[in-house]
Design a protein. Structure first.
Length: 73
């Protein structure tokens, strides 16, 4: 699929085709994470519940790094 880059204020935007929106179950207000991989861009839907879980895991891992390491031995 192709999409055209458009000017939106001082930024640039891309309009996603309807078929892609339906396939990915996207709706207004959803967030996308943008990653640059070499010369390509990747868009990933953001799951707020997973983001919360992921942050809690990072914090736990940071706070109890030594304990977790000892348990793994």
């Amino acid at each position: 699929m192709e999409a055209k880059i458009r000017k939106v204020g001082n930024s640039l935007g891309v309009i996603l085709p309807k078929q892609m929106i339906e396939e990915l179950h996207l709706k207004p207000g959803d967030k996308l994470r943008i990653e640059r991989k070499g010369g390509n861009l990747e868009l990933h839907p953001v799951d707020p519940e997973f983001e919360d879980w992921s942050e809690a895991y990072r914090q736990l891992n940071s706070d109890y790094k030594d304990v977790l390491k000892a348990l793994a031995e």
